[in-house]
Design a protein around this ligand. Structure first.
Ligand SMILES: Cc1cc2nc3c(=O)[nH]c(=O)nc-3n(C[C@H](O)[C@H](O)[C@H](O)COP(=O)(O)OP(=O)(O)OC[C@H]3O[C@@H](n4cnc5c(N)ncnc54)[C@H](O)[C@@H]3O)c2cc1C
Length: 375
């Protein structure tokens, strides 16, 4: 539930998003949002942020999405990277990165997914080796589907240390500058109509200074989840915003469009699915707010379950809302002019990333219900 402060933020961002509009330039939106302090609402005040949490940042993303102009990099740059650096970075890393991440003048991408590991992050093989003479780190590996690497000053790469022989995930996080020698990227030809691109990355003996490691080499999992929970909450915000945007367009259309003697919105076959979509989005938002407030209160474990459930509910609600919106517009649902058809692909992203619907159902089956694992 929104506090007074949340309501004010929601209204201000909604008005800002509306002024910008769906067709505006994403880069300009990012810059303007940064100047207004929206990109860093969750980051510490002492480093140029707004001093709030993921609750506030999720409001920013949801409202921009509802206005038809979501900023995907909010999920990554301030939410994952900003959080991990503010919680576990050294003072030097905080000073170097947080003010820029907060005002948007610097962007950081996040890379965990690998071609041969996919949903099974325990299988990631990007390996960090220590040069015993210099103390440098040397990274080798591949990543796939990493968003925004071209516009990011650096990518926070999840690797594992070479001596992790137990087979258990012992992740370590490294800041890899965009132009680091041996760090190459190839855009993936996605069927997505978005400003942000996805990349396949190759790390071919990328040499990094000792201070490229964020946090403690032996506490990697905890640190990683400190970033992954905000990512799930923010993906829920992304999905809810998109779902609201689609639903609003459909409602507006259904109120006016008349082919018999009443507007199509008077037919319950059109009205009820839109009402259901609204209910599903509202319910998903409640779970997202719960996850965000648990996370902001420092309950990483409680937030984990809620963030997973919120991402699941929001992804499903978004896909259904978009599908119903497209259908409501009839032929116009598939025209470029109305801009809904392109959302059918975009909505699927929230179902698959950053963790798929099935992996969340697995999580709830095993962790919450205590059922045995099939894998
Ligand atoms: C637009 C977009 C942006 C992205 N941005 C980033 C990014 O910035 N950084 C990043 O690191 N990654 C990013 N990703 C990657 C994303 O997180 C992965 O696509 C996602 O984790 C799924 O992995 P996969 O594609 O390898 O699918 P797979 O793991 O191959 O899964 C394929 C299918 O099998 C199912 N499946 C797998 N295992 C099981 C199981 N045990 N039980 C039941 N079903 C199972 C899955 O649910 C899925 O439906 C992005 C993806 C997209 C589409």
């Amino acid at each position: 539930m929104d506090t007074e402060h949340h309501k004010a933020l929601r209204e201000a961002v909604a008005a800002f998003g509306k002024r910008h509009g769906r067709a505006g330039d994403t880069q300009q939106l990012w810059t303007d949002a940064g100047k207004l302090g929206y990109l860093g609402v969750n980051l510490p005040e002492e480093h140029g942020g707004g001093g709030g949490g993921i609750s506030e940042l999720s409001i920013v993303l949801e409202e921009l999405g509802a206005a038809g102009c979501p900023l995907l990099m909010l999920v990554v740059s301030p939410a994952i990277c900003g959080t991990v650096i503010s919680r576990f970075g050294t003072d030097a890393q905080k000073q170097q990165w947080l003010p820029g991440l907060a005002d948007g003048t610097r962007i950081m991408a996040f890379g965990i997914t690998e071609p041969d590991a996919g949903s099974n992050s325990h299988r990631i093989t990007t390996t960090a080796r220590r040069d015993q003479d210099t103390g440098d780190w040397i990274l080798k590996g591949r990543k796939v589907f990493i968003s925004g690497v071209d516009i990011a000053d650096a990518t926070l790469i999840v690797g594992r240390t070479e001596d992790a022989r137990t087979g258990r995930l012992k992740p370590c996080l490294f800041i890899v500058p965009r132009e680091a020698p041996g760090f190459t990227r190839h855009p993936i030809d996605m069927e997505l109509n978005a400003a942000e691109k996805q990349f396949e990355l190759t790390l071919d003996d990328v040499r990094l200074p000792a201070d490229a490691l964020v946090g403690d080499e032996d506490a990697g999992l905890l640190q990683l989840f400190a970033g992954l929970n905000p990512e799930r909450i923010m993906t829920a915000a992304f999905a809810i915003g998109m779902g609201r945007h689609a639903l609003a367009k459909a409602v507006e259309y259904a109120r006016d469009r008349t082919v018999w003697n009443t507007p199509i919105g008077a037919h319950q076959a059109i009205a009820h699915p839109l009402a259901q979509a609204h209910i599903d989005l509202e319910l998903a938002r409640l779970m997202m707010q719960r996850a965000a407030s648990l996370y902001d209160a420092g309950d990483d474990t409680g937030a984990g379950e809620a963030a997973n459930m919120a991402k699941y509910a929001a992804g499903e609600a978004c896909v259904k809302a978009v599908d119903q919106a497209v259908h409501t517009l009839g032929g116009n649902g598939l025209t470029r002019e109305y801009g809904l058809a392109r959302l059918t692909t975009a909505a699927r992203v929230a179902r698959i990333a950053p963790v798929s619907r099935e992996m969340i159902l697995n999580y709830v089956s095993h962790q919450t219900l205590g059922l045995p694992k099939s894998y």
